[in-house]
Structure formats: structure tokens, C-alpha cells
Design a protein around this ligand. Sequence first.
Ligand SMILES: C[S@@+](CC[C@H](N)C(=O)[O-])C[C@H]1O[C@@H](n2cnc3c(N)ncnc32)[C@H](O)[C@@H]1O
Length: 674
Amino acid sequence: MSPADRPRKSDDIDGGWAKRAARKQETRRDAASGKSADRDSASAGNRGGQGNSESRQPYRSDRDTTGYRGRADRRFEGKPRRTEKPVDRTSRESGYGAGRSESGRTGYGRADRSAQAPGGKGARAWDDKRTGRPEGRGYKSDAEDFGRRRSSEGDSFGGRRSSDAGRSSGGYRSDASGRGADPGSGSHRRRGADDVGGRPERPSSAQRSARSAAKPVGAEKTSGKRARRTGSVDPAREVALEVLRAVRERDAYANLVLPGLLRDRRVSGRDAALATELAYGACRTQGLLDAVIAHGAGRSVEEIDGPLLDVLRLGVYQLLRTRIGAHAAVDTSVALARAEFGAGKSGFVNAVLRRAGEKTAEEWVEELAPEDPVGRLAFEYAHPTWIAQAFADALGARAGELRDLLAADDDRPVVHLVARPGEITAEELALVTGGEEGRWSPYAVYLEGGDPGKLEPVREGMAAVQDEGSQLVALSLTRAPLEGPDGGRWLDLCAGPGGKAALLGALAAIDRFQVDAVEPAEHRAELVRKATHDLPVRVHVVDGRDSGLEPGYDRILVDAPCTGLGALRRRPEARWRRSPADVRDLVVLQRELLTAAWDLLRPGGVVVYSTCSPHLAETVSIVADHVRRTGAVELDTRDLLPGVTDVGDGPAAQLWPHRHGTDAMFMAALRKPS
Ligand SMILES: C[S@@+](CC[C@H](N)C(=O)[O-])C[C@H]1O[C@@H](n2cnc3c(N)ncnc32)[C@H](O)[C@@H]1O
């Protein structure tokens, strides 16, 4: 039986988690104060194969009546637990249709208005006029709730989509599902010329006072005096604009830049949530936005100055993909442009946005999308056509699911945690975090919101953020049947940043096995070291194609460098950075890495080849070529994923965001004939 399949849930979880967390803290304190290493090793558990038998089943033997259950009950007293609440998984995981309106609009207008005028009566009256709700009916608290939420993209900040907020905050749900879900109804859906026509509405006094503290983007570099004088740019949009600029000018990753900016500018709560939505949303939908901008400007976007284009993208995103009021979208964009470039260019921004606001997103799709079905869907869901085509090819006979897939790809992913085997069970982790146990991996927990970095089990290294699909890849390696006994030599040939190496290491520790982890990039190797520091994992900073490691491994994971097309939802700008040329380059490396792994594998051993891309050239083509060249025996990978449905016709397995709620991970298990 592989370690992954051992009984994992304690009969009684009292004491286990809390006691182990306390031990870890004690160990760290002792280490800091130089206390005996003997006691450290005795109390910290038994890593790296040096331990006693407790390391094999630590959470079974580890009980304490003062422990976990009592503490958890006290800690979560009065709070609803997600495990006790029926959850509409289908709607959350296939996301788009239920979670967002058909038009892709999100409910950020509410948060936005609150951000501009916290509790401000003027802004609220305006809001209520447009929504038809009785004045003052609780939108502020909805927005606050929304502001506290986060996405897995945002690392430490960010908001979840309106529908998610609605699920937990009651009042907002009917609003989102009623008005937002129907593309043809509701006061926010269609904006006539009166909404955006003429000059933008003068902001309310509450809006003006909330904005007055804001310092315009790039004020120091560009037009500081003018910017300070106008003083009408809100901090959320300033930050979002800076993210767009960093992505465009420096090829930065939005989800790496944003948290630092929010911290530096002290933007938090609702403003942080709004900044996150605007920055990520505008990055993600760039293709659609640019088509509308080019149409409105009467020239291609390449002919528009980059910084000005950023302002336009931010504005058009608000107009087409959020329920932020048209006048607020235009007004704030014009203010940003004026602060940055002066009155002349702000007039250009005003004109382009007015044109963009003359139609809904659906109407722009009707007018501007290509006619072929894949190109049209790609345009509608703001994906490059070649990527949508690659998805359709990988879906094969079920290419009819392309719309669902693209929609799920546009949705913010739910945060998945992995409960480190031997440290904490998924059941315990779900209770501690208020999360929900995963559907497919015995170690997965879904988190509704919040910053996972602040959770105690994560801080203590007992759990980590990891997509459930990635967990299944690591588990499939440990479950694959070998010929002959497992000698306990495992290899992760492409390990950085170490998510799968950590799960493999935790499972290996239970059997006192050893994992070698290869990563050629030093900074990524350092991340592997951090992720696996208390596990039996040795990190080698070498090229996997020429590692110099001793052959004879029982199990090898080749989680190959790939285009990442299966994880686009995690990297807002990624889809516009990739090109078909990347595929051509990467398949060469992928083939070479799989060959190198094969040479390091013992007869009867198993390689799992995986990618976070469903592109056929990176997946089944690589495997078929390898089988042809080496005579590898292709195992039925579906057998290694018990309970996971709908992963294809085999022998390889393909996960999908719209079917499984995971990244689109591909995996194939290959055994070397004895
Ligand atoms: C898809 S990522 C692996 C993710 C990792 N398994 C995890 O779960 O955290 C691919 C990794 O392969 C590394 N890589 C790139 N070229 C490589 C090579 N020639 N040999 C080994 N690893 C390589 C990349 O630096 C990257 O960290």
C-alpha cells in the first residue's frame, strides 16, 4: 500500500494538530535559545529517515485531551463552519455561469462606491437610485465582507467575485444572481448615452473628500503639482494602474507586483479588493479591451502611448466587465489621465471611453468578434485564439465544452490548501480554517477566503497552498504499481518551487524514504529548500538533462516546464504573453527531460510525466513519442486517481478547471520494462 493510501483520518482528532503545532513552536523557540538538539529531534518528529516508529503514523498516536477539538470549538464558537454548510460546488467550480453574469460583469460597483465614499450618504443615494434598492440597505457591510476576501491569485489580498460574496453575505446574493445573472435585465446592464454622455458627473462631496487623500500615480515623475491640485484619483485605481504599467513595461507578474504595491501604499480592505479586481481583470481581458479601444480610438493600440493605453484599459474594463457605474468609470479614468498627462490627453480618454460605453460587452462581441466559432468564443472570453484552439483540440470529442472551459478559466480559482501528511489531516485543517475538505485529493481543503499565509497551520508548515490537481499528480506517482518492492529512492526532476516535492517528501517521510529534488534555477531551488526543509528531501541545483545523479530510482516525477496554459486563471496576464513559438521550444526540453528521467529509472520503476498545460504537443505527443522510442509501458493513470471522474479515455489523465475545479493538469504514468 502506498503511503498516500494509508488510513489517514484519526478516529478522534482531539489533540493531534494543536499538539504538533505546539511542539513545532517549542522546537523553534528551543533552537533559537540553543537548547538541546536531542530534545528537538525527539519533539519535532522524525524526518529524514532518522526517526522512530511514531513517524509512520504520527497523527494516529498523537492524542491529547486538551487538544485540537476543544481549542477549535472555542476558536470558532459562533462562526459558521463551511463543513456544516451545504455548498453549491457545481456553481462555484464551473464558475462563470452561476458565479458571474453572462456578460462577465462582476459586482464591484458596490465595493467601488464604498471605497470612494465609505459610508458616504451621497454615494449611497446615487447607488440606491441606480439599483432601485431602498436607501441605506446594507451595501456597506456587503462591501466590507467582500473586501476581506481574497483569491489565490492575490497571494495576500484581493476579493472574490461578487457571487461568492453573495453566497456568504446573504443580502448581496439576490442582487448578483437576480440582476447580474441575467444579461438582458437590470439597470446596470444597458447603459445609454445618458450614462456616459457629455461630461462625467461631478463626484459627490463624500467621493471628493474620500479621494482627496489620494496621491496620483507617478505624480513624482510626471505632473506632481497638477496631480496634487486635482486630487481626484482614488488609491485603488492608482494601484491598479501601476500594476498594468509594470506588466506592460517590465513584463512583471501582476500577482507578484500587486501585494507589494498595496502594502507600500497602505491600501487595504475594500480598496485592496477593488484594486485587485481591476488590475487582474484588465490584465486578463486585454484582448477584448484592446479591440474596443482600437475601435473607439480609430487606430490600433500599438499607436497609442503605453501609459495612456493603461488608463484606457482600466476604464474600458470597468465599463464592460464590472457594474461600476459608467460615470464613475469615465470620471476616474479621466482624472487619472489628467493627473498623468494633462488636460489634452484626458480629452482623448474621455472620448474613447464614451464610445466604449455606448455598447455592452455582448454588443461589442457581436460587432467585433471573428465569425469562426472558436475565434468568437476566444474573443468573448478574452483568450488568444490559438489558446482557445489548443483547448478545443485537447477536449477532442467534447470540444462543445469549450465555452465552459474558457469561462472557468476566467473565474478566480478557489484557494486549495494541502494538509501535510503526518502533520495534519484534511479534516483537521478544514475545521481549523473553516474550509471544506477537497473532493479528489485526501489532503485537499478548499478555502472560502482570507489570507492563507496568516493561517496557523500554514505558518507552522503543516499545510500549504497547492492546487488540488497538483496534489493528484504527486499522489499518482506514489500510487503507481512498481515491479518489485519500492526501494525508497524517489526523484522530482523539475522541482521548483517545491509544491510537489513537499508532498512527496511528506509521504516519503512516513516510510523513511528519500526524495532527490532537481532544480537548475538557484532562486527556485531555494524555494524548494524552504518548502521541504524538515523533510527527507535533498535539493540539487543542476540541469535535469544532465544531473549526474546515480541511476536506479524507483519513482520519478517529471513535472515538466511548460506553457502553463492549464493554469492561466492563476496568472492574469499570462495568456497574452505566451505564443505558439513557446510550445515549439518547450517540447524539445520536455522530450529531453523525460528521456533523462528514463535513464535514471530502474527497471520496473515508474515515471510520471506531467504538465500544467493541456496542449496536445506538450502532453500526449510527448508521451507517445517516448513510448515509441523506449518501449515504455503506459499504465492506466485513471487507476491512480480513484474516485476522480471524467479524466478522459486513458491511459493518460487530463484534469480540467470546468470539470474538476483544478488547474488543467495532465499526467501519464510510464513503467520501465524489467
Ligand atoms: C512546472 S515547474 C515545476 C513545479 C514543481 N514541480 C512544483 O510542484 O512546485 C517546472 C520547473 O522545471 C524547472 N526547469 C526548467 N528547466 C529545467 C531543466 N533543464 N531541468 C530541470 N528542471 C528544469 C523550472 O525552473 C521550473 O521550476
